[in-house]
Design a protein around this ligand. Structure first.
Ligand SMILES: Cc1cc2nc3c(=O)[nH]c(=O)nc-3n(C[C@H](O)[C@H](O)[C@H](O)COP(=O)(O)O)c2cc1C
Length: 160
């Protein structure tokens, strides 16, 4: 395989951008992730690639639960705020207000147009990201008209 062509090809895959959150007591983790997809209608499953050395990976491994807040068009600045380790200060994570998810306790970001909560069903610990499969157990919409923020519109890339 030609690594250059592999990289070029992998970068033609399309992604949205989402903020993944999890909470274990005082330990709160949040990360902007792109590698996320629905994986089954019934049961409703999603899969996400979680960086092995990230804070979110550790917390989700312990709790088996997480939430996903979906970024809307025009929320590139919010996406960028979650590329770094998370800090909770005055009821905000990395500067953004949240409420606890009813099913998981994981933070739901109030500015983002839609969210869901998920319970982990399977994990494939192989490469530098763990493939986490999870069942969607709750979902909500804050803005009916919002369109999702797509990775390709940001000029950023993740993959190769
Ligand atoms: C454009 C972009 C997309 C990303 N997508 C993912 C992803 O799909 N999965 C993941 O685990 N990390 C992804 N990251 C990295 C996380 O955002 C980053 O590891 C995390 O927010 C920082 O938290 P940490 O210090 O605990 O690792 C992405 C980063 C960028 C810049």
């Amino acid at each position: 395989m030609d690594p250059k062509l592999k990289k070029q090809t992998m970068r033609l895959l399309t992604y949205g951008l989402h903020v993944l959150t999890a909470q274990d007591g005082d330990d709160v983790a949040a990360a902007t992730v792109s590698w996320l997809s629905q994986a089954s209608f019934e049961p409703p499953l999603i899969m996400v690639g979680m960086k092995v050395d990230s804070g979110i990976h550790a917390v989700v491994k312990r709790t088996g639960m997480f939430a996903v807040s979906i970024l809307g068009e025009g929320q590139k600045d919010i996406a960028a705020a979650f590329f770094r380790p998370s800090e909770v200060e005055e009821g905000r994570i990395n500067g953004y207000a949240f409420e606890p998810g009813p099913e998981t306790g994981a933070p739901l970001l109030l500015d983002l147009p839609a969210w869901f909560e998920a319970r982990v069903t399977d994990r494939i610990e192989r490469g530098d990201h763990t493939v986490v499969v999870a069942e969607v157990i709750n979902a909500g919409v804050r803005d009916d008209d919002a369109k999702p923020l797509e990775l390709r519109s940001t000029g950023w890339s993740y993959g190769g």
